[in-house]
Design a protein around this ligand. Sequence first.
Ligand code: FAQ
Length: 317
Amino acid sequence: MKTAEEKLKDFDAYIESEEKIEPKDWMPDEYRKTMIRQLSQHAHSEVIGMQPEGNWVLRAPSLRAKKILLAKIQDEGGHGLYLYSAAETLGISRDEMIEQLHSVKAKYSSIFNYPALTWADIGAIGWLVDGAAIVNQISLQRTSYGPYSRAMVRICKEESFHQRQGYEIMTTMMNGTAEQKEMAQDAMNRWWWPSLMMFGPPDNESAHTKQSMQWKIKRESNDVLRQRFIDKTVDQAHFIGITVPDKNMKFNESTQHWEISPIDWEEFKQVISGNGPCNHKRLSHHIKVHKQGKWVREAALAFSKNQQKNKATLFTN
Ligand code: FAQ
């Protein structure tokens, strides 16, 4: 029988050899805890993220735009479901995760505490928010937990369509009337900084990065991913003639990176402590709808129990 120390040594060696950890494998409690925290936060973000966009389904400017937006929102719900299922393989139930969300013990992404005020915000969410999400998630395809890594592969395929639909909206508006250009710029001004905050605090203040990178849960640090997103997105902004709201931003020829002004981390802290513009609205809506959906969950459960009973009778007869 191996000691805890020996098990940990084997686990570390296994991670080092780029093998995936699977649900029934032994893992340190802290690894399990971190994985549950990140997976459940990620799942909650996908589901809460449906709210700002859902607000625009009935006001989409054309049938084409409405169909695309509906498909995107539905995808986000699906991502939430894969991620809740992946988290459940670690021994936590969906009900527990939802309870932690409702009692503010679990977080969801800071970005979804901002309002979607105009149609251009739908463009900005797709371009910037999905754009940031995809940079993070491409890296997470190589995460060490098997079910998370596999969910990420599928999610990334869909996110790339989401990013393109947002960029298409922004491109169309930037080629439109003066008012449309103004709306697109206004959305850019409001979503740029919050989308940079999505990557989390700077590396030197990030509580979990060091251990998560040792365990290959995170493959790259918050700052590295944030910089990758900045470099990609600034070029895309220039291409459609939209201004990045950062007067001091400059291109560093020697590093080949765009350097930005300092991020307002106080705003980030406020938002993740429940004081963002929409925290209360997002959570209370989720709680209300979850209560309203109780009968659906019960009916689905009763149906599936009935199916199982019928199957059992079929095999015993
Ligand atoms: N918001 O030590 P770190 C999407 C917290 S999906 C809120 O750096 P970590 C799709 C962090 O939890 C977007 N809290 O933490 C879509 C920790 O607090 P805790 C979601 C944040 O975990 C698009 C503390 O700060 N994506 O957008 C945030 O190592 C459009 C210290 O931070 C994911 O969740 C934040 N932004 O790194 C849907 C990706 N950042 O838990 C609909 C998976 C940090 O100790 C429409 N997650 N915190 O109380 C990750 O990659 C990581 O968890 C990070 C944070 C990078 C987010």
